[in-house]
Design a protein around this ligand. Structure first.
Ligand SMILES: NC(=O)C1=CN([C@@H]2O[C@H](COP(=O)(O)OP(=O)(O)OC[C@H]3O[C@@H](n4cnc5c(N)ncnc54)[C@H](OP(=O)(O)O)[C@@H]3O)[C@@H](O)[C@H]2O)C=CC1
Ligand SMILES: O=C(O)[C@@H]1CCC=N1
Length: 260
């Protein structure tokens, strides 16, 4: 096996689906998942992938279990002969994983996000004490198959978790709120959702595909004395900007707590 994913939950399956969609041969992939019901779902959704209850040997193991299970699953993957470990768990440090394994195996820590499922993920990675350039290149290639990857010092991974790891949930909340607002303004639900979701998609593409930053793009929508200025005044009055600052700060702090 090229890759063993330990934990076939929401993040594990998003990465599995993204990696297969990017062209990886399912016969080279295995998933170890404790829940029998999840194993059945995974086998149906991803034909050709080896779905097992406990880890099997692979070139590398990607740990996508809850933070509390990382130490035991890292040890189990190392014990069956996986040659390097990539953990995507919030908060759990490479030194904690290395201590759990008890011998110098390369460990890389990453924080991806669920848009990896459609190849639009954002991930940051950091090496552990025994991970070299080859190990980082392995982890980068894996995650680049499903989105963009940046390298950060490990101390920054909690901030990454608060911003882009948890970030899709903030955007989905905004999407819900915009669609609700359209309904409040008198639009049918399906039309409000189509317009709200496409507005988010188009705006994200302008941010990522063009040269202009958010301030210039916002100014281009905001006519003097017009509708957008009236709407933005309400967002500022409700401290939406401060709410995002607090949300990312709280999520980063929670990531630190999970590690402790
Ligand atoms: N969801 C997200 O958007 C993101 C999550 N992450 C990280 O990914 C990790 C997984 O999160 P998420 O996918 O949301 O969680 P889930 O609960 O959806 O998935 C974890 C899965 O692992 C299974 N599991 C638990 N112990 C073992 C074990 N020993 N061997 C094999 N499988 C096991 C769980 O089974 P059971 O439920 O029966 O215990 C569950 O199916 C977390 O550490 C999280 O911090 C990182 C970035 C984004
Ligand atoms: O909510 C969580 O703890 C995980 C980590 C980042 C996204 N989901």
């Amino acid at each position: 096996m090229k890759l063993l994913i330990v934990g076939g939950g929401r993040m594990g399956e998003a990465l599995l689906g993204g990696i297969i969609a990017a062209g990886e041969d399912p016969a080279q992939l295995a998933v170890a998942e404790v829940s029998a019901a999840r194993r059945a779902d995974l086998q149906t959704a991803h034909p050709g992938v080896t779905v097992v209850e406990t880890p099997v040997p692979a070139d590398g193991a990607l740990l996508a279990v809850k933070p509390g299970y990382v130490a035991e699953t890292a040890r189990a993957a190392a014990d069956v002969g996986c040659e390097r470990i990539l953990s995507v768990a919030a908060g759990i440090t490479t030194s904690a994983i290395e201590a759990a394994i008890g011998r110098p195996l390369p460990v890389v820590r990453a924080m991806p996000n669920t848009p990896a499922l459609i190849g639009a993920g954002a991930a940051a990675i950091s090496p552990g004490a025994h991970a070299g350039e080859e190990d980082l290149a392995w982890a980068t290639a894996l995650l680049e198959a499903v989105g963009v990857v940046v390298r950060v010092p490990e101390a920054s991974l909690d901030a990454v978790t608060g911003l882009s790891g948890s970030g899709p949930a903030y955007v989905f909340l905004v999407a819900e709120a915009m669609a609700d607002a359209g309904v409040l303004a008198g639009l049918p639900r399906d039309i409000a959702e189509t317009l709200a979701f496409q507005t988010l998609l188009g705006s994200a593409r302008l941010l990522t595909e063009g040269d202009a930053g958010p301030a210039a793009l916002k100014a281009a929508v905001t006519s003097p004395g017009g509708t957008t200025a009236a709407g933005l005044r309400e967002l500022e009055r409700h401290s939406v900007r401060a709410a995002f600052l607090d949300a990312v700060t709280a999520a980063a702090e929670r990531s630190r707590e999970l590690g402790g």
